[in-house]
Design a protein around this ligand. Structure first.
Ligand code: 5GP
Length: 124
């Protein structure tokens, strides 16, 4: 179990394979601690994924286990990726576990922009 109660990290997940260079991606930014790339199935004109380079399933795992430098480096990368959209606005979102529909079990943040994004979540 990860600290969050999710299954343990699977090194065969698709983002781990992207980090190892086994699968290509459309890279937006790479730093010591993070990789940002375009989502393969974009839900908005800009849809970028930002992932830490360490093996973390969830936000709980990442923030409990990663070094302060890795955490700061990750969020700095999120900020850099969002910077060009600050004029029009954008949204960051992260899915954790089943209820959130997390498909890829490597902690990541989605960054959406390029159009009005509507309400944050449907009621109900
Ligand atoms: P989740 O549902 O886990 O929050 O989001 C996973 C995201 O990863 C989805 O938006 C999906 O389109 C994206 N994705 C899945 N496989 C690949 C891939 O091979 N390459 C890229 N660039 N994105 C992927």
């Amino acid at each position: 179990m990860s600290v969050s109660g999710l299954p343990p990290y699977d090194p065969g997940n698709i983002f781990a394979r992207i980090l190892r260079g086994e699968i290509p991606c459309k890279k937006v930014l790479e730093s010591e601690h993070a990789l940002a790339f375009h989502d393969i199935n974009p839900l908005s004109p800009t849809h970028i994924l930002v992932i830490p380079k360490g093996e973390w399933v969830s936000a709980a795992d990442f923030h409990a286990g990663a070094s302060a430098e890795a955490i700061a480096g990750f969020w700095r990368a999120v900020g850099e990726v969002g910077r060009p959209l600050e004029g029009s606005g954008y949204r960051i979102l992260s899915n954790m576990g089943v209820d959130a529909g997390q498909e890829v079990p490597h902690f990541h943040v989605h960054l959406f922009g390029g159009r009005p994004l509507g309400v944050m979540l449907k009621r109900g």
